[in-house]
Design a protein around this ligand. Structure first.
Ligand code: HEM
Length: 272
């Protein structure tokens, strides 16, 4: 565990920030598909279990077990009445009635006529299947969806950050697409090589750099636009934020979002 003293806000007061703190924030939702690869644990109905393991109950996956081999055989497809062989046309009625009415009466026999349907094509009853005999073999993970019951619980699970007016993702896209250089470098200076020691110097809100995938970005202009809030984003300021970023939302295309904020490449040198 290594600590870095970081100035907070405009007050210049300093706090110790754990450089190795990659604890994921409560986003994405703890029972989401993104987190589906977290190790599963069995439910034991013991509330204390959560406390001990540090696992939120909503992360617990219910284990449903099915055995494919024990599934009932597929039902035989029903035959359409049009596929059934036509009953013999009574010869006596053929000359007097039109052909169409003869065919119609043959397909839909009147109630007065006894059915001529061959007994071999009568519908077979479905085979009986006892689901209690299903043996466990194949595991399917179904996330336990537990709706928060109180307002406090809901807040604890997912505290939504209220962005200031004019700082939506759309506003950021507009600013970015304006082509303005947001790297903070003097105009015309080419991307530079940045060591870890240099990176650490940029850890305040007014001058925050982070390294993502080997590239260093000036995240100060983006702070107030970040849907997860300034505080969360500042956790990766002055250090390599790749791990924390990927744990949180690997699907976000940071390279495109922060293209105007690109400062340079992270190179070995200094202490990481
Ligand atoms: C500089 C890199 C980062 C960029 C460009 C970025 C961008 C974004 C974007 C676009 C979203 C919305 C994603 C979505 O709704 O699917 C988001 C959400 C979020 N981000 Fe980041 N992020 C960055 C770093 C971080 C870091 C380091 C953390 C902290 C651990 C973090 C925490 C969050 C959280 C908690 C949300 C969820 C907000 C909500 O409740 O909707 N982000 N971020």
């Amino acid at each position: 565990m290594s600590f870095l003293w970081r100035r907070i806000g405009l007050s210049n007061s300093k706090v110790a920030v754990d450089q190795d703190d990659n604890t994921p924030p409560p986003f994405p939702a703890l029972d989401s598909a993104q987190r589906a690869n977290v190790p599963q644990i069995e439910i034991d109905g013991n509330e204390e279990h959560e406390e001990q393991s540090g696992v939120d109950e909503s992360r617990v996956a219910v284990t449903v077990e099915l055995n494919k081999q024990d599934m009932p055989p597929p039902r035989e497809p029903l035959r359409h009445s049009a596929d059934l062989p036509l009953p013999p046309i009574p010869l006596s009625s053929a000359p007097s009635k039109g052909l169409a009415s003869v065919v119609a009466s043959a397909r839909a026999p009147s109630t007065s006529q006894p059915s001529t349907r061959p007994s071999s094509v009568t519908e077979r009853p479905l085979p009986k299947f006892n689901f209690s005999n299903v043996a466990p073999s194949r595991k399917l993970a179904a996330p336990a969806v537990t709706a928060p019951t109180t307002l406090a619980q809901a807040r604890r699970r997912r505290a939504k950050v209220a962005l200031d007016p004019g700082f939506s993702q759309l506003d950021w896209a507009t600013l970015k697409n304006s082509g303005k250089d947001l790297s903070g470098r003097p105009n015309g200076v080419l991307p530079v090589q940045i060591t870890f020691d240099e990176l650490k110097q940029h850890s305040t809100q007014e001058d925050a750099w982070t390294a993502l995938g080997g590239k260093v970005y000036n995240i100060s202009p983006y702070l107030r636009y970040h849907p997860g809030g300034v505080k969360e984003l500042m956790r990766c300021a002055g250090r390599d934020g790749t791990k924390l970023f990927n744990i949180t939302h690997v699907w976000v295309n940071y390279d495109r979002m922060l293209s105007n904020c690109f400062v340079g490449y992270l190179v070995p040198g200094g202490n990481s």
